[in-house]
Design a protein around this ligand. Structure first.
Ligand code: ADP
Ligand code: ZN
Ligand code: ZN
Length: 743
């Protein structure tokens, strides 16, 4: 018997090994084995089994078997193969990024104790408990009346040491105790479950019906679920998941942002309980390994997580949902494989024969167009659930506002300030979006204009007031202290420009001293528990104003939030990227969608210095169709996606000259090979220098008319880049298929 083994190394070959007699019974595709590779002992994954050996050279034997059951399914292996080919990344490297780094067995998830009253327990037993053992009597009585298996920690409402008390009752033969294993971070990272009565309206019921049909018919069917904010998309995922589980299948839900996890996981857990696993960046490697193994042994039916949850080793996947499918966080930009979880989901869905639902109130233009082409089936939810109205929006032209009031540099317009005041008076809640963290994004000399920049990146440093530090948001570099004079002209006239969330927070605290204000951005949410705590306390009404970055702009559902303020709608508007406008539109539209999701009417105040800009104007009217029509024709004219396929090749290195030279050399080498392709560059990237490396790029583009499925572009890349190694090892070259950003 022979096996083909893949290793997590930069190589896209698999290697053949002999299987000694003793291991032959335990060999399966998907288990890990130990082998010698060169001089080292390496762990690899069995990806094939054969009787014959087609390899002519000397064949070594495997030295051990690591797993007793597969850690990978056939479909998942096919997905890995596809990714390697499509994203031009060595197979081993793809496998390495898909599988959790160490499948260690060290992690033991927390155990929780449950207790219930014994069937034989009677009223007399209760009376037999002595008066001085009051706590025992209390607990026995509660359990006797409830007759339910109860989590012991929840009894601390009644007594201070419930576990001890239950042990005493157990020794008397009154109660039974049992253990349950609590999956990592599932309980600590979810809202308290609430039971909700759900009655679907006609539109919702039809939507569920179509998805469920695909699931029960065992066919691959990709959908675009385009439903306005508050139309009940999340309830639809839950119902479709229920149907999938009922027909013996499993479910993957991808969320774009960790801040969405607690609320949505809470909603799923209130329905599916312990069958829900979370997969996100805050899990430790050991927790990941444990979760992965448990998924392999069918402990969970639903996995909810970030983009890498698309690789969870569930079997019989019947439903994959990509919530807010337009979000750029689904694309892994670095390291390779530079995959898009949406594309991977569609491919996995095809192998698994499952329903794949791309869902959003603001679909990506790609999906929007794919639906027009008939590649995705449209499911449309046209109205908010329960008659909730769409919010009323106001645009504030900050330039006019300042001229009229005579006050310059204000962060809050008069209108926004009045509206916040009004909500605070009524006991309603406010969400404020400022899509920039820190206090101030720019520190500049008032005399010569020199900006204080990162020494490793060509970007300005952001001032963080509570740490009293300047920090680079790209590489994390922070100089010692803040220099009091200009590096260039030595003037002491240094000033802060621009506004981040910290600055908005401090202005709010001055303006509304009585209000309870919390900030949610990367700086306040180092732990998952912190995110959960802030959001949960906002939901409970303990916070009046929640200020945050795009983390708070989408997906969240708060019943009492009736005002959304967008402090500066222009952040990022002028970036030279063809998707800049689309992103801002989606952000404004999504943020507006947080207002007035129940009976009370919501309002949105959008502050801008570009009130005539079509993106801002259409977003303020929440007029998706009009805006999408505008950008579709723009994209068509400029031959950008979705009307074309693009790929980006980036050169990086510490020496600016050699980076430029290598990209030029590459261009010369490729001359004459790109028939039909548009080639842009080589040119310095917008972010010319990041983390000490200079960057140049070449962008390749071909219209869909010439290349309907992107095959021509792909084979061009394959021929020229897959196996090309740069001669100089000081320069790195990376290929990005379907890049989301050209900066
Ligand atoms: P979306 O994900 O589209 O923004 P949600 O699923 O969050 O919308 O729904 C908005 C609110 O309306 C949620 O609180 C949700 O529980 C409630 N809701 C939606 N559909 C129903 C229904 N059929 N019955 C009861 N409540 C519903
Ligand atoms: Zn200066
Ligand atoms: Zn930096």
């Amino acid at each position: 018997m022979f096996v083909q083994v893949a290793f997590p190394i930069s190589s896209y070959q698999t290697f053949t090994y002999k299987v000694p007699e003793t291991f032959q019974k335990s060999i399966q595709v998907g288990i890990r084995v130990k082998t010698s590779f060169g001089k080292r002992v390496v762990v690899g994954i069995v990806v094939g089994i054969s009787k014959m050996n087609s390899f002519k050279g000397k064949t070594k034997s495997i030295s051990d078997v690591v797993d007793s059951s597969p850690i990978l399914s056939k479909h998942l292996w096919n997905v890995i193969l596809w990714m390697s080919q499509y994203y031009l990344t060595p197979l081993g490297q793809v496998a390495k990024s898909v599988l959790p780094a160490s499948l260690s067995l060290k992690y033991k998830p927390p155990i929780k104790w449950m207790v219930e009253i014994c069937d034989s327990f009677t009223e007399e037993n209760l009376l037999s408990i002595p008066v001085r053992a009051k706590a025992q009597a209390t607990i026995a009585e509660i359990l006797y009346h409830s007759k339910k298996r109860t989590l012991i920690t929840t009894l601390n409402e009644y007594v201070s040491n419930p576990l001890d008390i239950c042990r005493k009752l157990k020794s008397k033969g009154f109660v039974r105790m049992s253990e349950i294993v609590s999956p990592p971070d599932v309980t600590g990272f979810t809202f308290d479950p609430v039971q909700k009565k759900i009655k679907f309206n006609k539109e919702q019921a039809e939507t569920i019906d179509k998805i469920s049909k695909a699931i029960s018919n065992n066919i691959y069917q990709p959908f675009l679920l385009h439903g306005v904010t508050g139309s009940g998309k999340t309830e639809i995922y839950i119902e479709a998941a229920r149907n999938a589980i009922q027909s013996g299948k499993t479910v993957i839900i991808l969320l774009p942002e960790i801040s969405l996890t607690p609320q949505i996981a809470g909603r799923f857990r209130s329905v599916f309980g312990e069958e829900v696993a979370l997969w996100h960046s805050k899990l430790t490697p050991a927790q990941r390994a444990w979760t992965w193994k448990e998924i392999c042994s069918d402990t969970f039916k639903v996995v909810i997580g970030a983009r890498s949850a698309i690789f969870s080793p569930l079997k019989k996947v019947g439903l994959i949902v990509i919530d807010e499918e337009q979000e750029s966080s689904f694309k892994q930009e670095a390291p390779a494989p530079r995959y898009h979880a949406r594309d991977v989901a569609l491919v996995r869905g095809r192998y698994e024969k499952s329903a794949v639902v791309l869902a959003s109130a603001t679909p990506s233009l790609e999906s929007y167009y794919n639906q027009i082409l008939g590649k995705l089936d449209l499911l449309h939810l046209s109205k908010r659930f329960g008659g909730a109205k769409y919010p009323q929006t106001h645009i504030v032209d900050m330039i006019k506002d300042q001229e009229e009031s005579g006050k310059y540099g204000l962060i809050l317009s008069g209108l926004l300030q009045d509206k916040i005041e009004d909500r605070l008076g009524k006991g309603e809640q406010v969400i404020l979006l400022q899509n920039r963290r820190g206090y101030s994004p720019v520190m500049r000399c008032g005399d010569c204009g020199e900006v204080v920049s990162c020494r490793h990146c060509n970007v300005s440093l952001t001032f963080h007031r509570n740490k009293k530090k300047l920090i680079c948001h790209y590489c994390g570099y922070s100089p010692d202290g803040i220099s009091e004079s200009c590096n260039s002209c030595h003037s002491p006239n240094m000033k802060f420009f621009g506004t981040g969330t910290q600055r908005v927070e401090s202005i709010l605290e001055e303006t509304f001293p009585k209000a309870k204000i919390k900030r949610l951005d990367l700086d306040t949410t180092k732990s998952g528990a912190k995110i959960t705590a802030i959001l949960q306390s906002f939901e409970k009404g303990e916070i009046d104003i929640l200020i945050g970055t795009q983390m708070i702009a989408k997906g969240l559902d708060f019943s009492n939030a009736t005002l959304v303020g967008i402090i500066n709608a222009d952040v990022g508007l002028h970036l030279p990227d063809f998707r800049a406008g689309e992103r801002i539109f989606q952000l404004i539209y999504q943020a507006s969608g947080r207002a007035g999701r129940r009976s009370k009417l919501g309002e949105v105040v959008i502050q801008t210095y570009n009130s005539e800009n079509p993106v801002i104007k259409k977003a303020a009217k929440l007029d998706l169709k009009a805006y999408y029509n505008i950008i579709m024709s723009e994209r068509k004219e400029l031959n950008y996606p979705p009307f074309s396929w693009i790929a980006k090749v980036v050169f990086t290195g510490q020496n600016q000259q050699s980076v430029e030279n290598s990209s030029l050399k590459m261009m010369q080498m490729l001359k004459g090979r790109f028939k039909g392709l548009d080639v842009l560059g080589p040119a310095p990237c917008y972010f010319e220098k990041l983390r000490g490396n200079y960057r140049t790029q070449i962008v390749f583009k071909i219209s869909r008319e010439l290349d309907p499925n992107g095959k021509k572009l792909h084979s061009f890349l394959e021929k020229n880049f897959f196996e090309t190694q740069m001669k100089s090892n000081h320069i790195k070259m990376s290929v990005n298929v379907n890049p989301l950003s050209l900066l």
